[in-house]
Write a protein that binds this ligand. Structure first.
Ligand SMILES: [Zn+2]
Length: 292
């Protein structure tokens, strides 16, 4: 019998998790996580019900960190989700680095000039937009995105801020994309021009709705009912956009009243696996907040 790998001490990790200003279900998950109380291969191995190896890659013992970050199959999803190799390959250099620096989100690493946002070459506008917006928020350059000069800000300060944001955005454009928007002189104008050229309608709706949802705050003086109403509207719209997109994709080429054969379901299995692994992405984001 193979001896189980020792688990690192968790009390400080749990203390951090328990104080995160986030949903109770995420803190709850944090408790399971910190106490290795998730049914990972390692835990199931301890009670003699499995060989303990990761069912995705099959090569390594399945610990919590392996499931969330280190598994090659998970990294396959973490990288497109905006986590940089600096984060996801932390394990390769972990002896040389302190624990704090192993897990980091892309934009933070970008500050140190180590990682850059992938250049936008015209493909997957929604993803690039999300990354660049997050990056501008991190750098406190987000105001120009709205095109609205904050009250009390001097014109020259606003012009400088707008020019800075414009410059950061243009640095993340490939040559052929930059060529198309060379005449745009403001951040908001640039983003609008890019949207009109590259954003797909349905995907753009989803990104827009998601953003509205994340940024939804109860307005001062508004009633709870009003707030809930707005929340409801956005989530319903989001769900219906999601269903539409899923149907367009999943039932592509399927005709009315045709029967789906095994081939169809088998062809979907790899995608289901990917989606499961992507579930780890949200948790990795939480980990980044703790260690970042
Ligand atoms: Zn694995």
């Amino acid at each position: 019998m193979r001896p189980p790998t020792p688990v690192p001490p968790v009390s400080s990790l749990w203390l951090t998790l328990s104080r995160l200003p986030t949903l109770p279900k995420i803190r709850m998950f944090g408790w399971w996580l910190a106490h290795e109380a998730l049914p990972t291969g390692r835990c199931v191995f301890l009670v003699g019900l499995s060989d303990g190896f990761c069912p995705l890659c099959g090569t390594i013992e399945e610990t919590v960190l392996h499931v969330l970050r280190d598994c090659d199959d998970v990294q396959f999803n973490l990288n497109p989700a905006g986590f940089t190799p600096h984060v996801t390959h932390g394990r390769q250099n972990c002896q040389k680095r302190s624990k704090r620096s192993q897990i980091r989100v892309g934009a933070m690493a970008a500050d140190e000039g180590k990682v850059k946002i992938e250049k936008f070459d015209g493909a997957d506008f929604g993803f690039w937009k999300m990354q660049i917006e997050d990056f501008l928020y991190q750098k406190n350059l987000y105001q120009p995105l709205s095109g609205k000069q904050p009250e009390g800000m001097k014109d020259e300060d606003w012009a400088l801020l707008d020019r800075q944001a414009l410059g950061v955005i243009r640095l993340t454009l490939s040559r052929n994309v930059a060529f198309n928007i060379a005449k745009e002189k403001t951040t908001a104008g640039l983003m609008a021009a890019l949207s009109s050229m590259y954003e797909k309608p349905s995907a753009s709706n989803k990104v827009h709705l998601m953003r509205r949802l994340f940024n939804l705050r109860m307005a001062e003086g508004a009633s709870v009912a009003q707030h809930l109403n707005e929340l409801n509207t956005i989530t319903t719209q989001y769900a219906s956009e999601g269903i539409k997109a899923a149907c367009d994709w999943a039932y592509k080429g399927v005709e009315q009243e045709s029967v789906l054969e095994d081939d169809y379901f088998l062809s979907r299995i790899p995608i289901v696996h990917r989606r499961l692994a992507q579930g780890g992405v949200r948790l990795a984001a939480t980990l980044n907040r703790i260690f970042g």
